[in-house]
Design a binder for this molecule. Structure first.
Ligand SMILES: [Cu+2]
Length: 147
């Protein structure tokens, strides 16, 4: 009986782990196009977490040698990018990764990112679960012109 109880607890904790990635929804994701000499890029998206408090602790993609979680800070009137250890995902709040704010940074691109392409981006959560996204490449200049 005690063994059964322990097994149930183990199974429950496994299903809780699987739930984090399942409870996180990503919308309006895109990555900035980069061709020729442009060796860096960034991905943006809106993230909603319908489960309990969670956090993104890493991201990875086959298109870049290094993928980091970044934010922008104002440093003596200059906007600078800073690496962050995690992106918190509070329950039922939309976290926006957007130009000038939080973003997923690609350093050392292995390939051109052309508008119309789609790339794999994996989000890694604090509990060990992962979510794989297919993110479209967008020409940011075109996007700014629309605003
Ligand atoms: Cu950055």
């Amino acid at each position: 009986m005690k063994l059964l109880f322990t097994l149930t607890l183990v199974l429950l904790s496994f299903s809780a782990i699987a739930d984090v990635a399942k409870n996180v929804n990503v919308e309006q994701s895109y990555v900035r196009s980069a061709i020729k000499q442009q060796r860096n890029s960034a991905a943006f998206m809106n993230i909603t977490n319908q489960g309990s408090q969670a956090a993104i602790v890493y991201a990875k993609s086959p298109v870049a040698k290094i993928v980091e979680l970044h934010t922008h800070i104002h440093d003596n009137g200059v906007m600078r990018m800073r690496k962050v250890e995690q992106i918190d995902l509070p329950t039922d709040k939309v976290i926006q990764l957007q130009p000038g704010g939080l973003h997923i940074m690609f350093l050392g691109l292995n390939q051109d990112l052309k508008p119309g392409d789609q790339i794999d981006v994996t989000l890694g959560f604090k509990d060990g679960s992962e979510k794989v996204l297919l993110v479209p490449v967008r020409n940011m200049l075109m996007q700014y012109n629309k605003i």
